[in-house]
Design a protein around this ligand. Structure first.
Ligand code: IPE
Ligand code: IPE
Ligand code: MG
Length: 238
């Protein structure tokens, strides 16, 4: 696809969905779908960096996903362990800085350590920022932000009449990260599933029926072309 003269969205957020359906179609266990999904994620981090995306935020595990069977959650944790190491290597090779959003304390100690290594080990990279949303929920993030803010208020570190939207956003996990320009959801569902509720206020949505394990460079380019055909508005008039 020719992306010449196209604007590359500065921040692309992705809801990777459809690993289970991809596996079901093949008559294989869901865990195999998640493994294929991890491989796609690896590839797409490279592709996004190569296309010149500045921020690439991917929803890997929601605060609600703990409700899945112990078997599936266990398989996902094993995949995190394995792919975190690989992602750290890919990030290093591609000058990618990794950030995590979500609440990490619920993970096993070795997974927390792996997350910290990804973040610390890539802190000084200057290329794309890859944001991984794990044990992430938009409502949970806003609630945690409100609690942190209340602590600051209690300690007289802030004044409520001076707090604006930007000030509140600085309490979110995404502090310092611009809002997404484009949201991609794979596998056709028309919902947010508790993703970036604050940040997606004026983001353009692109929903594709493509299942996440089948997602690739061409699919991302299609989304970018569609984005370029949008007339962005932020509540004002043209
Ligand atoms: C997305 O794939 C991965 C996670 C939510 C962890 P799903 O597991 O939700 O796949 P479907 O929706 O069942 O096809
Ligand atoms: C959203 O997908 C969460 C992630 C991609 C991590 P889900 O498959 O969990 O969402 P629902 O249940 O279809 O809304
Ligand atoms: Mg799903």
């Amino acid at each position: 696809m020719n992306l010449e003269n196209m604007t590359i969205p500065k921040h692309i957020a992705v809801i990777l969905d459809g690993n289970g359906r991809w596996a079901k179609k093949r008559g294989i266990p869901r865990a195999m779908g998640h493994k294929a999904g991890c491989e796609t994620l690896e590839k797409m981090v490279r592709v996004a960096a190569d296309l010149g995306v500045s921020y690439f935020t991917v929803y890997g595990f929601s605060t609600e996903n703990w409700k899945r069977s112990a078997e599936e959650v266990g398989a996902l944790m094993q995949l995190f362990r394995f792919y975190m190491v690989r992602l750290l290597k890919i990030a290093r090779e591609n000058n990618v800085r990794v950030k995590m959003i979500g609440e990490k304390s619920r993970f096993a100690p070795d997974i927390i350590e792996g997350i910290d290594q990804m973040v610390e080990g890539t802190r000084d990279n200057t290329g794309m920022t890859f944001v991984i949303a794990i044990n992430y929920g938009g409502r949970d993030e806003i609630l945690r932000a409100a609690k942190k803010m209340a602590e600051d208020y209690k300690a007289s570190r802030i004044q409520l009449d001076q707090l604006d939207e930007q000030g509140f956003a600085s309490y979110l996990d995404t502090a310092g990260i611009p809002d997404p320009d484009l949201l991609i959801r794979t596998s056709g569902e028309l919902r947010l599933s508790n993703y970036l509720l604050w940040q997606l206020a004026y983001t353009e949505f692109y929903i594709t029926d493509c299942l996440w394990p089948d997602f690739n460079r061409e699919e991302l380019e299609k989304a970018i072309v569609a984005y370029n055909g949008r007339e962005r508005r932020f509540g004002g008039r043209k």
